[in-house]
Design a protein around this ligand. Sequence first.
Ligand code: GLY
Ligand code: MN
Ligand code: MN
Length: 446
Amino acid sequence: MNPPTEPRLDIAPFRARRARLLARMHALGGGIALLPTAPERPRNRDALYPYRFDSYFYYLTGFCEPEAVVALIAGEEDRSILFCRAKDEEREIWDGYRFGPEAAQAAFGFDQAWTIGELERRLPELLSNQPVLWCSLGYDRAWDDKIMAALNAVRAQCRSGVVAPHAVRELRTELDEMRLIKDDFELATMRRAACISAAAHRRAMAATRPGRFEYEIEAELLYAFRAAGSQAPAYTSIVASGPNACVLHYVDNDRRMADGELLLIDAGCELDGYASDITRTFPVNGRFSGPQRDIYELVLAAQTAAKAAIRPGAHWNAPHEAAVKVLAQGMLDLKLLNGSLDSVLENGDYRRFYMHRTGHWLGLDVHDAGDYKQDGHWRPLVPGMVLTVEPGCYIRPDETVPEVFWNIGVRIEDDAVVTAQGCEILTDEAPRSVADIEALMREAQP
Ligand code: GLY
Ligand code: MN
Ligand code: MN
């Protein structure tokens, strides 16, 4: 079967990442790195979940098929080897094109490629006399068992002078640090993903009105993602109206929306492996009520303060601290809380209405790879890091707070790249101000 007629993948960034990892391995004792992609997972009986490759594997290879392993050898001459499914005309009739080792080697720039069926036989020979084995254990028992069997096969040959790796090092730790700083190729993809998601949020706002169901709006989002070429949502969309907006991970999306309520949508597409992550909150009838506007403007002010705190050298927690300060003062002003700003910040009372953090790394995974602290301290921001900025305020019915605020849940979430000057917001095309949201919804009225 011929390859699909899609634009050829630019393999240069993937080769560059393999070269960087190999350089790092050389600096830390050389050896061999082994990394499998994700397994296919059954959904029910013989139906599978839609396949999604492993993010680390994809980062180094660009290869999307299941049943694949990459080996990188930091030796006198570096070597990259792909194990992948064999060509199989019968299976290709049922399931579609597969590269096979020969075409994959050429298309993805590997030094060698073998069929996945050869992996177990080849592993002991690949591990022999390597000083260090770089891999990630403890995530998949079947993979751990393969590695253990191969190591033991090498150890069994020790009396013939073969030496087994004397150290096993965690591969993900190295890759996490690399993934944290996005290259230009990644940033270009993330900008496109953010644009598609922003357009989907505009479509959802335009389609929302009292009497419609949350799932109808979810369908608008999914349509916009897919119609623009995104392969999948980056995570299950949250379409939460009225009291559901106060359920942080609400995904039932089956309620009929009523006049006078807010709708909180947290939805983003995945494009070529990269996630976007946007939340917008807006009135179902297109006009914010007074109390809704009070809470909305407070969350927006907190988000503005958080964004202003993003710049190289600022520490990871600076945007969160800036957002919390604004939110806590606002909660006092609106009589949601009593006391002084210092006491509310000190005792954490604001967490009654703001119980999550202000962001996370974003990339191949929606909650992306990378540590948040180094040596016990929040790490400094560096150009090329991508993070979300997502403060919120969620007020469940409670006799101690003014009833006009009950069931109001607001979150505003954007995606930001740290730049030399500060940050670039990728998701500005999704309306955010009260005026812009109300104008869009007014124009969309039938
Ligand atoms: N959509 C997941 C998150 O905002 O963290
Ligand atoms: Mn997020
Ligand atoms: Mn989100």
